[in-house]
Design a protein around this ligand. Structure first.
Ligand SMILES: Cc1cc2nc3c(=O)[nH]c(=O)nc-3n(C[C@H](O)[C@H](O)[C@H](O)COP(=O)(O)OP(=O)(O)OC[C@H]3O[C@@H](n4cnc5c(N)ncnc54)[C@H](O)[C@@H]3O)c2cc1C
Length: 405
């Protein structure tokens, strides 16, 4: 018998694959809440970004701030195309969006949930909700699972697929087994500003900026969205993921430097200003924006550079021009706090990967103990990467457990 702790993506994928591969194996899912696949349901804004269309393992692993070497090996066994085949061959048809994200054609996470539940029913997976596992005790070659408010359960194999935990002490029941953890930190969040005028520009998107975090090597390029509390968008989410540990250490208070025109050199910016002075000197700086930046942002940058709204290009003083160029190439903002990104968030950190066999997901310390999903020290950017790790690790644990019996 195998007990799978956690009725989320990784737990279900492990359960249904193990039960299908070995009909002799009794498979039980123990879920602490009264809900199954709760994160799958809300994932991707209710659409469930199942995986990513990336076909190259080397390209794929670049999307994981933690766990790259481990994934390079696990993805060889079960990759994005295997995920697509797995779901489509069971009637859950998928489509790829232009940015590579893969969703059910129905645009509803219910399609994925129904597919997983119907596989579980088909292969007699037993599902027990309201079963919080408190302790795993190795007893001879078996395990005794202590369950809150219920009698203990004895099983031959355990797969821990209980997701990420935000605090180190929440891992105590696993570290008692000798496993070590990398300290958890939230990932995939947006940056808050403390009452800054730029938040009046909420809704403005700039498609190509470069953002650096002062006092670190962290820098990203891509789209940014100005919100009523600060900054969001892919560039910010990537910074939050790569900087998850560092930004937690700084208490989410740091400075960012935004280059609003990273594609243009200082020389090119100066040349465009010169041309505008010559051709449109009679126009106000605020009304004649030579760089194609969104007009609301341009007006903000003009005001932020202490230029009067009436200043004409021909009248722009050298020091005013220097201030404007400096702000285009590097506006400084003080970040104070973060906001969870509603579409997708994960916990960085988790069980140390060096103690887990990447071929089987089995603990290197305790035979018969397996891990899958976000509990491991693996996390990805947004784009279907986190689910792909859940499917891959769940599949590998299932295969190893089913073959053992
Ligand atoms: C809002 C949101 C949207 C997301 N959208 C996407 C997306 O579109 N694409 C993507 O790739 N990723 C997405 N993610 C990330 C993705 O959902 C997770 O990485 C993934 O669900 C991890 O799967 P898991 O099975 O490891 O953990 P979980 O899904 O967290 O499941 C773990 C389960 O274990 C149970 N559990 C915990 N402790 C115990 C215990 N002691 N005993 C018994 N049961 C226990 C929990 O109740 C839970 O049901 C999103 C995350 C969030 C929060």
């Amino acid at each position: 018998m195998v007990a799978i702790i956690g009725g989320g993506a990784a737990g279900f994928f492990c359960a249904v694959n193990a039960a299908k591969r070995n009909s002799q194996l009794r498979v039980i899912i123990l879920e602490k809440s009264n809900k199954l696949l709760a994160k799958v349901r809300v994932s991707g804004g209710g659409r469930c970004n199942v995986t990513n269309a990336c076909q190259s393992i080397e390209e794929m692993i670049k999307n994981y701030p933690r766990g790259q070497q481990f994934l390079r090996k696990t993805f060889h066994h079960f990759f994005t195309s295997d995920t697509v085949d797995w779901f489509t061959s069971r009637g859950a048809h998928l489509k790829t969006e232009p940015d590579g994200r893969v969703f059910p054609v129905t645009n509803s996470s219910a399609t994925i949930i129904e597919c997983l539940i119907s596989e579980a029913v088909k292969f007699n997976v037993e599902i027990l909700t309201n079963r919080r596992v408190l302790n795993i005790l190795p007893v001879g070659s078996q395990f005794e699972l202590q369950i809150e408010g219920h009698p203990s359960l004895l099983c031959h194999y355990v797969c821990v697929a209980c997701g990420g935990f935000p605090k180190a002490e929440m891992f105590d029941w696993l570290t008692r087994l000798g496993h070590q953890i990398e300290d958890p930190a939230p990932s995939l969040f947006t940056f808050n500003l403390d009452q800054h005028a730029i938040t009046d520009l909420q809704g403005v998107v700039v498609n190509d900026v470069q953002i650096k975090i002062a006092g670190s090597q962290l820098r990203e390029r891509g789209p940014v969205l100005i919100t009523h509390w600060g900054f969001s968008g892919p560039c910010i989410l990537r910074l939050s993921a790569w900087g998850a540990t560092e930004l937690k250490r700084r208490g989410y208070e740091f400075e960012i430097n935004i280059n609003w025109l990273p594609a243009e050199s200082n020389h090119e910016i100066l040349a465009k200003i010169q041309l505008t002075r010559e051709e449109s000197g009679f126009r106000s700086v605020e009304s004649k924006n030579p760089f194609g930046l969104p007009q609301r942002l341009w007006s903000f940058l003009v005001a932020f550079s202490d230029l009067s709204i009436k200043t004409k290009w021909a009248e722009l003083k050298a020091k005013e021009q220097r201030r404007l160029i400096a702000n285009i190439g590097g506006s400084l903002f003080k970040v104070k706090g973060k906001t969870t990104f509603k579409e997708e968030f994960v916990t960085a950190g988790g069980l140390r990967l060096s103690q887990v066999d990447h071929n089987t997901m089995q603990s290197k310390l305790i035979k018969g103990l397996y891990f899958a999903g976000e509990i491991l020290d693996v996390d990805g950017l947004t784009g279907g990467f986190n689910f792909q790790h859940a499917w891959t690790s769940g599949f590998l644990a299932a295969k190893a457990i089913a073959n053992n019996v």
